[in-house]
Each structure stands twice: as C-alpha cells, then as structure tokens.
Design a protein around this ligand. Structure first.
Ligand code: FMN
Length: 147
C-alpha cells in the first residue's frame, strides 16, 4: 500500500493508440491541471478505483509516465477502467483514488509483449482490489462527490 492520492478531471482523447493499437482503451486526463501533483509521483503502474458520475465506481489500473515504448514528450496519466463499456466517455467527469503501486514503467521488445504485460497488470489490480486495505477505498466519498 501507498499513501492514497486523489485526482479528477474531464476525460480527453490521448494519443489515440490505446483503443486502436493496443485494444486497451485508456481514459486520459488533461495533465496540465495537476502537473505539479504528478511530478510528486514516481513513474510506474498503479492500481486504484475510478468513479464516473452517473455510472458508478470501477476497478482501474493506470500508467503514470512517459510510455517508454512510444517515447512520449509528456508525463501522462492513463487509467484503464477494468470494465467493458459499450461506448467511450470522452467529456465525462472522472475521479481517481490511487492506492497501490505495481511496477516501474518499462520498455518492451514488441507491441505484443507490452499488451501482454498490461493485461497482467489488469489481473494483478483486479485481485488486489478485492483485498483490504485496497478494497475499502471503493467507498471513498471522493469517487462520487459531484464537482
Ligand atoms: N507504456 C509503456 O511504454 N511501458 C509500460 O510499461 C506501460 N505500462 C502500462 C500499463 C498499464 C496498466 C497501462 C494502462 C498502460 C501502460 N503503458 C505502458 C502505456 C501505453 O503504452 C499507453 O496506454 C498507450 O500508449 C495508449 O496511449 P494513448 O491512449 O495516449 O494513445
């Protein structure tokens, strides 16, 4: 467990690779709003809970950093909500409580290896979030507080 951290914002389109190239749709957040907060956190893969107004609270696993495989120019936050949504939710308000750290960001020899590792992160997050203390944060009021 880590000290939980909190952030929220309106979901924007990322570089667009998430759903198209990887089959892993991430709900990107505009980083300008909390770049100083982001700077405090070590790059890597984290797990936690995501609240979407009008929809509910979902397990999530997210990448914080520069995406070495794609060599981005900016430190980004890319939460992957572990739930099948029938459509995207660009423009919706997303709240995150980040409760655990899985691993540092890494580079991979192939796209397949990156995708396989992200799915493994998803399995790890799903299991961990069923266990206390991670489970308790599912009911954190921040996730469902209106803006
Ligand atoms: N990118 C990396 O380069 N290295 C990683 O180790 C890595 N791990 C990730 C783990 C998770 C759980 C997620 C959701 C993403 C990870 N990514 C990693 C980032 C993906 O490369 C990124 O989500 C993809 O580029 C899609 O970005 P886009 O939505 O901005 O297009």
């Amino acid at each position: 467990p880590i000290d939980p951290w909190y952030m929220g914002g309106t979901v924007i389109k990322g570089y667009g690779r998430g759903s198209k190239v990887l089959g892993i749709p991430t709900a990107n957040l505009p980083t300008a709003a909390f770049s100083s907060q982001l700077a405090e956190h070590v790059c890597g893969i984290y797990l936690g809970w995501a609240g979407l107004a009008d929809r509910g609270v979902y397990k999530m696993v997210m990448s914080v950093g520069w995406n070495p495989y794609f060599d981005n120019a900016e430190k980004t936050v890319e939460p992957w909500l572990l739930h099948d949504f029938p459509e995207d939710f660009y423009g919706e308000e997303l709240r995150l409580v980040v409760v655990g750290y899985i691993r540092p960001e890494a580079n991979f020899p192939s796209l397949e290896a990156l995708i396989e590792r992200i799915h493994e992160d998803g399995r790890i997050a799903k299991r961990a979030l069923d266990v206390i203390p991670y489970k308790d944060f599912e009911h954190d009021p921040y996730l469902t507080t209106p803006i």
